[in-house]
Write a protein that binds this ligand. Structure first.
Ligand SMILES: [Zn+2]
Length: 167
């Protein structure tokens, strides 16, 4: 179990990478394109998922009598996907049950969770790394033809001009 914020982020990120490798997500996205299918991953690991209106919660992870996750339907799909990935993180890392409110969207080194177990930090790091793995960012950048120069403000105009010349 992580004993500080940085190792919690590392542990969550590594667990997300492990699950991607287990599910072979990268090969799937590289052939089909698109983004990470969080709900598909939950289904693939056999984790029961309930989508329901929840009061005061974005989601929950339950471990007894059997593992399962709940995700609210009262938020936009982007937040539902993040919440589902967070709950999948709790499951993947065999955490204690968790009732998750909006604090999962705002956790930072300056405002860590109360207590010392860092399971919420791990689950947040898992969610971020699972939905936005480095290889996915690189694959989309390659597909769009983005180069480092495109992101340098002083070079943007010349890069765009070069693009035009190629058209
Ligand atoms: Zn949580």
């Amino acid at each position: 179990m992580a004993s500080d914020y940085a190792s919690a982020v590392r542990a969550g990120t590594m667990a997300a990478g492990r699950l991607h490798r287990e599910l072979d997500t990268r090969a799937l996205i590289e052939t089909q394109g698109g983004s990470v299918d969080v709900f598909g991953a939950i289904h693939a690991v056999g984790l029961p998922l309930l989508l329901r209106p929840l009061k005061g919660l974005l989601g929950a992870y339950l471990s007894a009598p059997a593992p399962g996750v709940l995700v609210t339907t009262e938020r936009p799909m982007s937040i539902q996907r993040f919440t589902a990935a967070h709950e999948l993180g709790h499951f993947s890392m065999r955490h204690e049950p968790s009732l998750d409110d909006e604090s999962i969207l705002r956790r930072m080194p300056m405002s860590p969770e109360p207590g010392n177990n860092f399971e919420e930090t791990e689950a947040d790091a898992f969610a971020i790394a699972f939905m936005m793995p480095k290889w996915l960012v690189l694959a989309h950048s390659a597909r769009q033809g983005w180069q480092i120069d495109h992101f340098r403000p002083q070079c943007r105009l010349s890069a765009l001009a070069a693009d035009r010349r190629q058209l």
